[in-house]
Design a protein around this ligand. Sequence first.
Ligand SMILES: [Zn+2]
Ligand SMILES: [Zn+2]
Length: 256
Amino acid sequence: MNIKVLGAHNCERQNFKMVSLLVDGVLAIDAGALTSSLSLEEQRKIKALLLTHQHYDHVRDVPALAMSLFLGGAATRIYSIPAALDVLARHLLNDEIYPDFRQKPEQNPTLSFTVLKPNKAETIEGYTVLAVPVHHGVPTVGYQVTSGDGKSVFYTGDTGPGLAECWQRVSPQLLIIEVTSSDRFAEWAAGAGHLTPALLKQELESFQKVNGYLPRVVAVHMNPALEEEIAAEIAAVAQALGCSITLGYEGMQISI
Ligand SMILES: [Zn+2]
Ligand SMILES: [Zn+2]
């Protein structure tokens, strides 16, 4: 399984894109940086897009991708929980801000929505996909994606602390987890449903307790302005736990 990090941050500026992952070129997770990172040919290969939640930094390229695919004569399927799909339909693809590509073109619409039930594994494009609830200000799920040869990645989406229950449902080789802020904002982060390196450490200890091992860890959704602080604090966490934790970056490729 090859995972490409298209966007690794929580906001966009030159050299920093919002969070988006691409698995084996065919399955995208979150849409913060899909269109600007991929050629039309690469966009056409996206057979499924999994959305973790409704926040703008995770869904904003859905209309842009849809227009690009529409003009390119292609289509894709979007999977998420009801709250996120409902917000997309009401606020972005509502025939006001942009066309409802679920009806356009009439014969073979560019987009279709599929509702996922949390904690129920589904087969999507040959992968086993499990949506697992995490802790954020709006309904949010992380996704475990498992390939036919048994390789698994779990991406948390945006989440605050308290993932013990989540860890009981997943056992990935690779954990892609959000770390939005540095530790001096820990109180804000925990309240807003985000993590810092110290909070990440607690969650990894909890993971180890539940699963008996630590996976390779890649942090994403960093605030670019805090990235240096986050990197230093994460290095200390990795050393304390004796595991590999790296910061994701735009263009990073990970093979498991
Ligand atoms: Zn969010
Ligand atoms: Zn976010």
